[in-house]
Design a binder for this molecule. Structure first.
Ligand SMILES: [Zn+2]
Length: 203
């Protein structure tokens, strides 16, 4: 949920070179088998293995959605997520700006869902700003991310849709935020003035 600046890294060569070829191949294969998916190879390396470290660097090893940190480097600890699911948007399967590194919890929640009525917030959008859209309800036992009440009704709906779609208040995420907050206990940081980075240190 932190802002992601794509300019921090260079767009990978494999995507610059092969985007059209791989996308066309995927769309063609899907017509025969709708479950078909293959990351392709580039210079005999699996593209997934080329992109994962670059996307992780982009977020400083945080999940692009919930912010969990550090993302484990072993299998299953992090993987590439298609912001707009490839099953619904096959033309975006290899599109650089559609690829995000994510934790398995977020991947599970998100699955192949995508909001139909409202375009959700995209954290690599150059106009995106966490504090503009969201705030944290630090009420005891809540610790929920909520839409920023200073925004218009329409904007709050967009923020809410994003929260619900990514499950940002699901499971132990609110509690994890509370644990994170505890680290600031006794410090002179005013959490209400604090731009929420959600630096989770548990795996
Ligand atoms: Zn996550």
């Amino acid at each position: 949920m932190n802002k992601i600046n794509r300019n921090k890294v260079e767009k990978p060569d494999c995507l610059k070179e092969k985007l059209v070829e791989w996308t066309e191949h995927y769309i063609k294969k899907r017509k025969v088998n709708k479950n078909y998916w293959y990351w392709q190879k580039y210079n005999s390396k699996k593209v997934e293995h080329i992109l994962t470290p670059i996307l992780s660097e982009l977020t400083n090893f945080h999940c692009s959605y919930c912010g969990i940190f550090p993302l484990k480097q072993d299998v299953g600890g992090r993987s590439i997520d298609h912001f707009k699911p490839k099953s619904k948007y096959p033309n975006l399967a290899f599109e650089w700006t559609n690829l995000f590194i994510a934790c398995p919890v977020c991947q599970n929640i998100k699955g192949s869902k995508f909001p139909e009525d409202i375009e959700p917030l995209k954290f690599d959008n150059c106009h995106y700003d966490f504090d503009y859209w969201f705030e944290i309800d630090w009420t005891i036992d809540k610790n929920h991310i909520i839409p920023n009440k200073d925004r218009s009704k329409q904007e709050q709906e967009k923020a809410k849709e994003t929260i619900d779609w990514l499950g940002l208040n699901n499971g132990d995420k609110p509690e994890s935020r509370f644990i994170e907050l505890q680290k600031f206990n006794g410090s002179n940081i005013d959490i209400n003035q604090w731009s929420y980075p959600f630096f989770l240190e548990r795996g």
